[in-house]
Design a protein around this ligand. Sequence first.
Ligand code: HEM
Length: 455
Amino acid sequence: MNHPITTTQIPTFKSNHPLGQVLAFKNTPDQLLARMEQLESPVVKFRLAHLPCYYLTTPEAVHQVLVKDSQNYLKDGPFFKATKMVLGHGLAFSDGDIWKRDRRMMAPIFHKKCIDGFFGLMLDFANRLVNDLKTNREVVDIHAIFNELAMNIATNALFGADLDKNKSDILLAKFKIMVDDIIKRMSGLSFPLWVPTPANQKLKNAVKVYSEGMKEIIEDKVKNPGHTMLDLLMHAKDPETGELMHLQELIDQVRVFFAAGTETTANALTWTLYLLARHPKAMTKLRQEIEQVLQGEEPTLEKLPQLAYLHQVIQESMRLHSPVWVLTRQNKATATIAGYTLPPRSNIFFSAYMLHRNPRYWDKPNDFIPERFAPGKLSKEDLKAFIPFGAGPRKCIGDRFADMEIKIVLIRILQSLDWKLRDSSEAPQWFSGSLQPKNGMWMSFQPVESKVAVR
Ligand code: HEM
């Protein structure tokens, strides 16, 4: 008879330091996870301060948690407590019946028909951006610019009007403090919030200003209804109970949209521009496709699916620089993963970034080869090692929104501008709440001859 292997037999990445792997997890998580992978086990045990943790290294183990046995896994534990404290209790951070209800209520808002309705808005913002970059001869931090763009697009889709620039700058700055704080809290490096350290005061202030800003926007919307995502959310009824969301729930959901949707999209755009600048052949091939399909015209909703290479470039960019680089879960009941038994409420980690660059699953994993995503090249099994939007019932609800935004912005930039990186060396990555360029992404832009009329 086969006995499952018990926790004590799970290969362990040992540390004699009282903090365990906390510092390595915070500073160089990619190196830490790579060292753990050298133990060649689907499950590796390690320690963050006093907390035993488990790192899943194979696509099969991750698939089991996200898809096959997803009902046994919660977004709970000290790592989600930190996130919930900072980002609220919206769709991305709830569990059980509340999550089910929220996902049910929000599914229609993220349906293709609704998302397609934002095409014009995204195109307008892309055109404005291109106009700005055309007249700007300075070296700019495109990561900061894309963050503002994604925030503006999300704000408009949600609320229907441009936020006052001052207000959006403040919200963006506060939001950044919140997101950057999460990773520190996740690795156990911060004092509990009740301790009045300067960092905690700063975070509390950021959460307060952010929540108040959101509350004001929502209250204004009640007085001035329109046809925005927030209007839909405010009128969304739970099909089972007929209930509407109350104010705090709306604030939390809006917070999640910004948290989950802006920086991730901005990072994907930033890394794609970076990779294209370093791979001129791919850039030329992409420009040719765009020219061939769009014939010098602006993109349209109907033409987007015809841009196959564009899709491959974006997939490959998110493979190499997965905007969400790490995910965590806790199991409700005892779990058996790859023959190893994990006790209930184990802290489980897995990393899209590491799966996406693992030589077991990818040929030349660190090279930029968009063609690997050409139709028919990767099997369903291969794609288990590709999870930029997660997988299973908790897969990103905003993937269609992000995909459309990234494509429109890239097309308009490629049709209108050339760009050059300030530093030709490899850009260092920062494994923060999302995968960011460590020192911004500095580039200069030059207009190219274009037949496309910019409005
Ligand atoms: C390139 C851009 C994006 C990436 C890479 C991304 C990635 C992800 C990932 C990996 C998850 C799963 C998290 C987990 O399983 O723990 C997720 C969930 C989620 N994302 Fe995205 N996302 C992006 C854009 C967006 C946008 C634009 C929105 C909203 C407009 C959004 C809203 C959400 C929400 C609400 C969830 C939680 C879904 C649930 O738990 O039911 N995301 N995203």
